[in-house]
Design a protein around this ligand. Sequence first.
Ligand SMILES: NC(=O)C1=CN([C@@H]2O[C@H](COP(=O)(O)OP(=O)(O)OC[C@H]3O[C@@H](n4cnc5c(N)ncnc54)[C@H](OP(=O)(O)O)[C@@H]3O)[C@@H](O)[C@H]2O)C=CC1
Ligand SMILES: O=C(O)C1=N[C@H](C(=O)O)C[C@H](O)C1
Length: 253
Amino acid sequence: MSEEPLRVGVIGARGRMGTEACAAVDGAADLDLVAAIGGRGEWLFPLADAGAQVAVDLTHPDVVMDNVRFCLDQGIHVVVGTSGVTAERLDTITDWLAAKPELGVIVAPNFAIGAVLLGRFAREAARFFESVEIVELHHAGKADAPSGTAVATARAIGAARTEAGLGDVPDATTHETDGARGAQIDGVHVHSVRLPGLVAHQEVLFGTTGETLTIRHDSLHRSSFMPGVLAAVRAVPSRPGLTVGLDAVLGLE
Ligand SMILES: NC(=O)C1=CN([C@@H]2O[C@H](COP(=O)(O)OP(=O)(O)OC[C@H]3O[C@@H](n4cnc5c(N)ncnc54)[C@H](OP(=O)(O)O)[C@@H]3O)[C@@H](O)[C@H]2O)C=CC1
Ligand SMILES: O=C(O)C1=N[C@H](C(=O)O)C[C@H](O)C1
Protein backbone atom coordinates (compact mmCIF):
# COMPACT_ATOMS: atom_id res chain seq x y z
CA MET A 1 0.00 0.00 0.00
CA SER A 2 1.48 3.42 -0.95
CA GLU A 3 1.93 6.12 1.72
CA GLU A 4 -0.22 9.24 1.80
CA PRO A 5 1.54 12.22 0.17
CA LEU A 6 3.17 14.67 2.60
CA ARG A 7 1.00 17.82 2.90
CA VAL A 8 3.11 20.89 2.13
CA GLY A 9 2.44 24.64 2.29
CA VAL A 10 4.56 27.38 0.73
CA ILE A 11 4.83 30.84 2.32
CA GLY A 12 5.88 33.55 -0.13
CA ALA A 13 4.22 31.69 -2.99
CA ARG A 14 3.93 34.83 -5.16
CA GLY A 15 7.68 35.43 -5.11
CA ARG A 16 10.44 34.31 -7.47
CA MET A 17 11.39 31.32 -5.33
CA GLY A 18 7.89 30.65 -4.02
CA THR A 19 6.47 30.31 -7.53
CA GLU A 20 9.15 27.82 -8.47
CA ALA A 21 8.79 25.91 -5.18
CA CYS A 22 4.99 25.58 -5.59
CA ALA A 23 5.51 24.11 -9.06
CA ALA A 24 8.18 21.70 -7.78
CA VAL A 25 6.03 20.49 -4.87
CA ASP A 26 3.02 20.23 -7.14
CA GLY A 27 5.01 18.09 -9.57
CA ALA A 28 6.24 15.62 -6.93
CA ALA A 29 4.08 12.50 -6.62
CA ASP A 30 4.90 12.02 -2.94
CA LEU A 31 4.03 15.63 -1.99
CA ASP A 32 0.73 17.45 -1.94
CA LEU A 33 0.68 21.26 -2.20
CA VAL A 34 -2.17 22.07 0.20
CA ALA A 35 -1.59 25.80 0.79
CA ALA A 36 0.15 28.60 -1.08
CA ILE A 37 0.38 31.78 0.99
CA GLY A 38 1.06 34.47 -1.58
CA GLY A 39 2.78 37.17 0.42
CA ARG A 40 2.16 40.46 2.18
CA GLY A 41 -1.24 40.89 3.77
CA GLU A 42 -2.16 37.22 3.63
CA TRP A 43 -2.98 35.20 6.75
CA LEU A 44 -1.05 32.04 7.51
CA PHE A 45 -4.13 30.25 8.88
CA PRO A 46 -4.83 28.39 5.59
CA LEU A 47 -1.66 26.39 6.33
CA ALA A 48 -3.21 25.01 9.50
CA ASP A 49 -6.71 24.75 8.01
CA ALA A 50 -5.35 22.66 5.14
CA GLY A 51 -3.49 20.37 7.54
CA ALA A 52 -0.03 21.22 6.21
CA GLN A 53 2.62 18.98 7.78
CA VAL A 54 5.56 20.96 6.37
CA ALA A 55 5.79 24.67 5.49
CA VAL A 56 8.48 26.14 3.25
CA ASP A 57 9.30 29.78 4.01
CA LEU A 58 10.59 31.84 1.08
CA THR A 59 9.74 35.37 2.16
CA HIS A 60 11.79 38.17 3.69
CA PRO A 61 14.14 38.52 6.68
CA ASP A 62 11.61 40.87 8.35
CA VAL A 63 8.87 38.25 8.58
CA VAL A 64 10.57 34.86 8.57
CA MET A 65 10.76 34.55 12.36
CA ASP A 66 7.04 35.31 12.81
CA ASN A 67 6.29 32.66 10.19
CA VAL A 68 8.45 30.03 11.89
CA ARG A 69 6.82 30.82 15.24
CA PHE A 70 3.34 30.49 13.73
CA CYS A 71 4.15 27.14 12.13
CA LEU A 72 5.67 25.66 15.29
CA ASP A 73 2.66 26.84 17.32
CA GLN A 74 0.46 25.00 14.80
CA GLY A 75 2.56 21.81 14.93
CA ILE A 76 3.97 22.26 11.42
CA HIS A 77 7.59 21.36 10.51
CA VAL A 78 9.42 24.18 8.71
CA VAL A 79 11.97 24.44 5.92
CA VAL A 80 13.44 27.95 5.88
CA GLY A 81 15.09 29.20 2.71
CA THR A 82 14.70 32.86 3.55
CA SER A 83 17.93 34.71 4.26
CA GLY A 84 18.67 36.78 7.36
CA VAL A 85 18.46 33.94 9.90
CA THR A 86 21.33 35.10 12.13
CA ALA A 87 23.07 33.04 14.81
CA GLU A 88 20.90 34.79 17.40
CA ARG A 89 17.76 33.83 15.45
CA LEU A 90 18.94 30.23 15.25
CA ASP A 91 19.23 30.25 19.05
CA THR A 92 15.67 31.56 19.28
CA ILE A 93 14.39 28.78 17.01
CA THR A 94 16.25 26.24 19.16
CA ASP A 95 14.51 27.66 22.25
CA TRP A 96 11.11 27.40 20.55
CA LEU A 97 11.85 23.84 19.48
CA ALA A 98 12.65 22.85 23.07
CA ALA A 99 8.93 23.16 23.75
CA LYS A 100 8.05 21.20 20.59
CA PRO A 101 10.53 18.30 20.56
CA GLU A 102 8.56 16.40 17.93
CA LEU A 103 8.99 19.18 15.33
CA GLY A 104 11.85 19.91 12.94
CA VAL A 105 13.17 23.09 11.37
CA ILE A 106 15.71 23.05 8.55
CA VAL A 107 17.37 26.38 7.81
CA ALA A 108 19.14 26.23 4.45
CA PRO A 109 21.09 29.32 3.38
CA ASN A 110 21.34 27.79 -0.10
CA PHE A 111 19.43 24.84 -1.60
CA ALA A 112 21.71 24.38 -4.65
CA ILE A 113 23.98 21.32 -4.46
CA GLY A 114 26.88 23.28 -5.98
CA ALA A 115 26.58 25.97 -3.33
CA VAL A 116 26.49 23.38 -0.55
CA LEU A 117 29.64 21.80 -1.99
CA LEU A 118 31.30 25.20 -2.36
CA GLY A 119 30.74 25.76 1.36
CA ARG A 120 32.42 22.46 2.18
CA PHE A 121 35.37 23.05 -0.18
CA ALA A 122 35.87 26.56 1.20
CA ARG A 123 35.92 25.25 4.78
CA GLU A 124 38.51 22.67 3.78
CA ALA A 125 40.72 25.17 1.94
CA ALA A 126 40.54 27.90 4.59
CA ARG A 127 43.40 26.73 6.81
CA PHE A 128 45.90 26.60 3.92
CA PHE A 129 45.61 30.26 2.85
CA GLU A 130 46.56 33.36 4.80
CA SER A 131 44.01 35.50 2.92
CA VAL A 132 40.44 35.10 1.73
CA GLU A 133 37.71 37.32 0.32
CA ILE A 134 34.17 36.55 -0.86
CA VAL A 135 32.39 38.14 -3.82
CA GLU A 136 28.68 37.38 -4.10
CA LEU A 137 26.72 38.47 -7.16
CA HIS A 138 22.92 38.50 -7.37
CA HIS A 139 19.94 39.81 -9.32
CA ALA A 140 18.97 43.43 -8.65
CA GLY A 141 15.71 42.45 -6.91
CA LYS A 142 17.45 40.89 -3.92
CA ALA A 143 16.42 42.54 -0.64
CA ASP A 144 19.43 41.70 1.52
CA ALA A 145 23.18 42.19 1.26
CA PRO A 146 25.40 40.37 1.79
CA SER A 147 23.57 37.20 0.79
CA GLY A 148 22.75 34.59 3.41
CA THR A 149 25.05 32.17 1.61
CA ALA A 150 27.97 34.60 1.79
CA VAL A 151 27.36 35.19 5.50
CA ALA A 152 27.30 31.43 6.15
CA THR A 153 30.44 30.90 4.05
CA ALA A 154 32.31 33.72 5.80
CA ARG A 155 31.35 32.33 9.22
CA ALA A 156 32.47 28.82 8.28
CA ILE A 157 35.78 30.13 6.93
CA GLY A 158 36.27 32.32 10.00
CA ALA A 159 35.71 29.31 12.27
CA ALA A 160 38.13 27.15 10.24
CA ARG A 161 40.77 29.91 10.40
CA THR A 162 40.39 30.24 14.15
CA GLU A 163 40.62 26.48 14.60
CA ALA A 164 43.80 26.46 12.50
CA GLY A 165 45.30 29.28 14.58
CA LEU A 166 45.43 31.73 11.67
CA GLY A 167 45.47 35.41 12.57
CA ASP A 168 43.86 38.31 10.76
CA VAL A 169 44.06 38.36 6.96
CA PRO A 170 46.87 40.68 5.85
CA ASP A 171 45.47 44.03 4.73
CA ALA A 172 47.70 47.08 4.60
CA THR A 173 44.98 49.47 3.40
CA THR A 174 45.21 52.77 5.26
CA HIS A 175 43.47 55.07 2.81
CA GLU A 176 40.11 54.01 1.43
CA THR A 177 36.67 55.18 0.35
CA ASP A 178 33.89 53.94 2.66
CA GLY A 179 32.75 50.50 1.55
CA ALA A 180 35.65 49.90 -0.82
CA ARG A 181 36.75 46.83 1.12
CA GLY A 182 33.20 45.47 1.51
CA ALA A 183 31.63 44.20 4.72
CA GLN A 184 33.67 42.23 7.25
CA ILE A 185 32.09 39.06 8.61
CA ASP A 186 34.15 37.06 11.09
CA GLY A 187 37.25 38.73 9.67
CA VAL A 188 36.40 37.89 6.04
CA HIS A 189 35.78 40.71 3.55
CA VAL A 190 32.51 40.18 1.66
CA HIS A 191 31.64 42.16 -1.49
CA SER A 192 28.09 42.30 -2.89
CA VAL A 193 27.30 42.92 -6.56
CA ARG A 194 23.69 43.50 -7.74
CA LEU A 195 22.96 43.33 -11.48
CA PRO A 196 19.86 42.60 -13.58
CA GLY A 197 20.56 39.45 -15.59
CA LEU A 198 22.25 37.64 -12.71
CA VAL A 199 20.55 34.98 -10.58
CA ALA A 200 22.81 33.88 -7.69
CA HIS A 201 26.59 33.53 -7.84
CA GLN A 202 29.46 33.38 -5.38
CA GLU A 203 33.25 33.36 -5.57
CA VAL A 204 35.59 32.60 -2.71
CA LEU A 205 39.12 33.82 -3.43
CA PHE A 206 41.97 32.43 -1.37
CA GLY A 207 45.52 33.76 -1.55
CA THR A 208 48.90 32.87 -0.14
CA THR A 209 52.48 33.26 -1.25
CA GLY A 210 52.74 32.76 -5.01
CA GLU A 211 49.30 31.25 -5.55
CA THR A 212 45.56 31.82 -5.40
CA LEU A 213 42.60 29.48 -5.40
CA THR A 214 39.19 30.63 -6.62
CA ILE A 215 36.06 28.57 -5.99
CA ARG A 216 32.96 29.74 -7.85
CA HIS A 217 29.36 28.63 -7.95
CA ASP A 218 26.66 29.88 -10.32
CA SER A 219 22.93 29.34 -10.04
CA LEU A 220 21.82 30.15 -13.57
CA HIS A 221 18.13 29.47 -12.90
CA ARG A 222 16.02 29.01 -9.77
CA SER A 223 15.39 25.41 -10.84
CA SER A 224 18.87 24.82 -9.34
CA PHE A 225 17.36 25.23 -5.87
CA MET A 226 14.44 22.84 -6.29
CA PRO A 227 16.07 19.43 -5.68
CA GLY A 228 17.37 20.85 -2.39
CA VAL A 229 13.96 22.27 -1.46
CA LEU A 230 12.29 18.91 -2.10
CA ALA A 231 15.00 16.99 -0.24
CA ALA A 232 14.57 19.27 2.80
CA VAL A 233 10.77 18.98 2.70
CA ARG A 234 10.96 15.19 2.62
CA ALA A 235 13.61 15.06 5.36
CA VAL A 236 12.27 17.53 7.91
CA PRO A 237 9.54 15.36 9.49
CA SER A 238 12.16 12.80 10.50
CA ARG A 239 14.71 15.38 11.72
CA PRO A 240 13.36 16.77 14.99
CA GLY A 241 15.18 19.85 16.27
CA LEU A 242 17.15 22.39 14.28
CA THR A 243 19.21 21.47 11.21
CA VAL A 244 21.33 24.21 9.66
CA GLY A 245 22.44 23.72 6.07
CA LEU A 246 21.69 20.84 3.73
CA ASP A 247 24.88 18.83 4.27
CA ALA A 248 23.27 16.23 6.52
CA VAL A 249 20.08 16.09 4.44
CA LEU A 250 22.16 15.37 1.32
CA GLY A 251 24.20 12.70 3.11
CA LEU A 252 27.37 14.80 3.13
CA GLU A 253 28.08 14.49 6.87
N1 LIG B 1 17.96 29.20 0.41
C1 LIG B 1 18.02 29.36 -0.92
O1 LIG B 1 18.57 28.53 -1.66
C2 LIG B 1 17.41 30.56 -1.53
C3 LIG B 1 16.91 31.52 -0.74
N2 LIG B 1 16.36 32.64 -1.26
C4 LIG B 1 15.80 33.57 -0.30
O2 LIG B 1 14.38 33.42 -0.32
C5 LIG B 1 13.77 34.66 -0.02
C6 LIG B 1 12.79 35.00 -1.13
O3 LIG B 1 13.49 35.26 -2.30
P1 LIG B 1 12.72 35.68 -3.64
O4 LIG B 1 11.69 34.67 -3.95
O5 LIG B 1 13.75 36.01 -4.64
O6 LIG B 1 12.00 37.01 -3.15
P2 LIG B 1 10.69 37.70 -3.75
O7 LIG B 1 10.78 39.13 -3.34
O8 LIG B 1 10.53 37.37 -5.17
O9 LIG B 1 9.50 37.00 -2.96
C7 LIG B 1 9.34 37.20 -1.58
C8 LIG B 1 7.97 36.70 -1.16
O10 LIG B 1 7.83 36.99 0.23
C9 LIG B 1 6.72 37.86 0.40
N3 LIG B 1 7.03 38.91 1.39
C10 LIG B 1 7.95 39.87 1.30
N4 LIG B 1 7.90 40.68 2.37
C11 LIG B 1 6.89 40.21 3.12
C12 LIG B 1 6.32 40.63 4.34
N5 LIG B 1 6.79 41.71 4.98
N6 LIG B 1 5.29 39.91 4.84
C13 LIG B 1 4.83 38.81 4.18
N7 LIG B 1 5.31 38.39 3.00
C14 LIG B 1 6.33 39.08 2.49
C15 LIG B 1 6.49 38.50 -0.94
O11 LIG B 1 5.14 38.92 -1.02
P3 LIG B 1 4.69 40.12 -2.02
O12 LIG B 1 4.50 39.44 -3.33
O13 LIG B 1 3.44 40.59 -1.39
O14 LIG B 1 5.79 41.12 -1.98
C16 LIG B 1 6.82 37.34 -1.88
O15 LIG B 1 5.75 36.42 -1.95
C17 LIG B 1 14.90 35.66 0.14
O16 LIG B 1 15.23 35.81 1.51
C18 LIG B 1 16.06 35.02 -0.61
O17 LIG B 1 17.30 35.43 -0.13
C19 LIG B 1 16.28 32.82 -2.59
C20 LIG B 1 16.79 31.90 -3.46
C21 LIG B 1 17.40 30.69 -2.99
O1 LIG C 1 17.90 36.08 -2.98
C1 LIG C 1 18.40 35.17 -3.70
O2 LIG C 1 18.24 35.10 -4.90
C2 LIG C 1 19.21 34.15 -3.02
N1 LIG C 1 19.25 34.14 -1.73
C3 LIG C 1 19.97 33.24 -0.91
C4 LIG C 1 21.07 33.97 -0.18
O3 LIG C 1 20.83 35.08 0.31
O4 LIG C 1 22.17 33.44 -0.07
C5 LIG C 1 20.46 32.03 -1.68
C6 LIG C 1 20.92 32.32 -3.07
O5 LIG C 1 22.09 33.04 -3.01
C7 LIG C 1 19.86 33.11 -3.83
